[in-house]
Design a protein around this ligand. Structure first.
Ligand code: 6GU
Length: 260
């Protein structure tokens, strides 16, 4: 998977060379390139933002600078004469997905992470300040690009960089071969119609500072262990995230699942 990230703080992404994401790059599963948006400015101040039309606080990122950058990275030309790029898109071969982190967009979920883990090419455009000119995503959509805008939660960050890191970690760990142990991503919290919070985990010793691991987990009876974990997942989800229970597909419930 090829990943391009555009930001005015590309140093934010130096950490992508660490840990599992660094290993995935060494293995050739991933190639991450960061780009400084200011490289596409022409004025002495390298300005990327301007005051909001209609008034209001803060600054808005300029469409002109973003477009020069994105046209280049997407292989598009301003006049629309981009035979090669549109041919690539028509064949869906390495068609890029353009992603803008945006606190006012739909929530990014595990479902989105799973879908995007199959893409060949992701391009993240990190906004700063009060956001980016709304015509940028509109324009690239009109040019046939798969454009997504996502929020990562109901709180406000200073820019799209941290949100991009969060989404990238969620996406890339789903790429086959990324994780050492494929089992650990098979069915986790928030996956599919059966999205439940996971049961709690324990390791040895069986008793620590006076607190015992639940006896059933020490019983060696796999049926009982599975039942205990499933009941706990249902109960914890009902208590902590009732919204997930509301959305549960009834068909995924088994006969022994307790009425919640
Ligand atoms: Cl995607 N961006 C910013 N700036 N703040 C956020 C966010 C994104 N998601 C939640 N808060």
């Amino acid at each position: 998977m090829r990943i391009d990230i555009v930001s005015v703080f590309p140093e934010y992404f130096d950490v992508m060379n660490l840990s599992l994401m660094g290993k995935a790059q060494e293995k050739g599963l991933l190639s991450i390139a960061t780009h400084n948006l200011r490289d596409w400015t022409h004025d002495v101040h390298h300005s990327v933002d301007d005051t909001p039309v209609g008034g209001g606080a803060g600054m808005v990122m300029k469409p002109v600078v973003w477009a020069e950058c994105l046209d280049e990275l997407l292989g598009l030309t301003e006049d629309g004469d981009d035979a090669q790029a549109s041919q690539d898109r028509a064949s869906q071969d390495r068609a890029p997905v353009l992603i803008f982190p945006n606190p006012s967009a739909p929530l990014f979920t595990q479902r989105d992470a799973t879908e995007l883990s199959h893409a060949d090419h992701l391009l993240f455009g990190c906004g700063r300040y009060e956001g980016y000119d709304a015509r940028i995503p509109e324009y690239y959509r009109s040019r046939g690009v798969d454009v997504r805008e996502y929020s990562i939660g109901d709180y406000v960050l200073n820019g799209g960089e941290v949100a991009t890191s969060v989404m990238l970690e969620a996406i890339t760990r789903l790429i086959p071969g990324f994780m050492g142990n494929a089992d650990s991503i098979v069915e986790e919290s928030y996956t599919g119609a059966n999205a439940l919070l996971e049961h709690r985990q324990y390791t040895k010793p069986a008793e620590w500072r006076g607190i015992r691991v639940p006896d059933v987990l020490l019983s060696g009876d796999h049926g009982k262990v599975d039942r205990f974990r499933r009941d706990e997942a249902l109960a914890r989800t009902d208590e902590i995230r009732p919204d997930l229970i509301e959305r549960l597909d009834c068909k995924t419930l088994d006969k022994a699942d307790r009425k919640t």
